[in-house]
Ligand binder design. Sequence first.
Ligand SMILES: *Cc1c(COP(=O)(O)O)cnc(C)c1O
Length: 374
Amino acid sequence: MKVPFLDLRHGYAELRAELDAAYQRVAASGWYVLGPELERFEAEFAEYSGVGHCVGVGSGLDALTLTLRSLDVGPGDEVIVPSNTFIATWMAVVAVGARPVPVEPDERTSTIDPAGVEAAIGPRTAAIVPVHLYGQPADMDAIGKLAARYQLPVVEDAAQAHGARYEGRRAGGLSTAAAFSLNPVKNLGAWGNAGVVTTDDAAIAAKVRLLRNYGSRVKYHHEVLGTNSRLDELQAGQLRVRLRHLDEWNARRRASAATYTAGLAEAAGLVLPHVPEWAEPVWHLYVVRHPLRDALQRHLAEAGIGTLIHYPVPPHRSPAFRDRGWRPGAFPVAERLAGEVLSLPLNPHLSDREAHAVVRAVEAAADACRVPPG
Ligand SMILES: *Cc1c(COP(=O)(O)O)cnc(C)c1O
């Protein structure tokens, strides 16, 4: 049985009638940017996330960048980021002229280690950006306590965590402000690029609104140097439909994750995701670890199971950051994880049969990839 890593056509097929109706409603309205669909989506996503404000922007990267700008983070500032994340987290920091200061993750959870955060705080620290990696919330109480002690804003990178909970509270409402990506592969995904900022701080929301639209509140009156980063009406219409199904789709992801966790408990040499008691993850990805990851991935490919690596190169080893002078071994946990992580197929349209086929294939592959003792 072949199991692809992801096929987004299933999501469209399931919701086709609703999505097509939304598309036609917007198409016929004659209003395509900054209109009623976006206003409604912003209100609905704010309510979903349990926050006062939500501002739609053009991408997850822009959500991060504009949030940092709204906090006046800029040249000369340092921003604490995880050493293991998608590179956008770091690029947003560079985009505002600040310097990323990487902190290693807790190896069990893969999210940023609060003790490392405290050690990295210095006189130039302007913000902390934890990432809810793979859909699992970072340890936000510990980070929040540090932020209060050092009077620093915290910006959640919630690009992978729509609907996740930390001690019962939703991601997006756990800090000063949060940035979500709504690109097609995320748990809540549009037909293209989109993102939102959520916050309880009216001033931050107002600033992001200003920045996303050329620094303008009133037409042709430009208060600051902004940009063009607007979540358009067609995407907002799609997202409103998909938001209504998000909890159910996340529940399906949770069920597949449970199948994997139960079925793979005995698989040789495999380290399964660890979920701390305070976390209710939404399984954007189901990431296992294995010392012979590449061989394991090859075996699975031969068995017809699609897998991906999130991420094969930690940001500090990427050519994009070559000029910063980080050497191999600078962030050993991130480097080790990059060599061992493997994402199994997990999405709302993975059938029970497929999940069990993946379990059997992974068990067989792990058996074939036993690390010799000693
Ligand atoms: C997807 C993602 C982003 C960037 O979102 P885009 O919408 O693709 O710009 C940022 N951070 C993380 C952790 C992501 O997974």
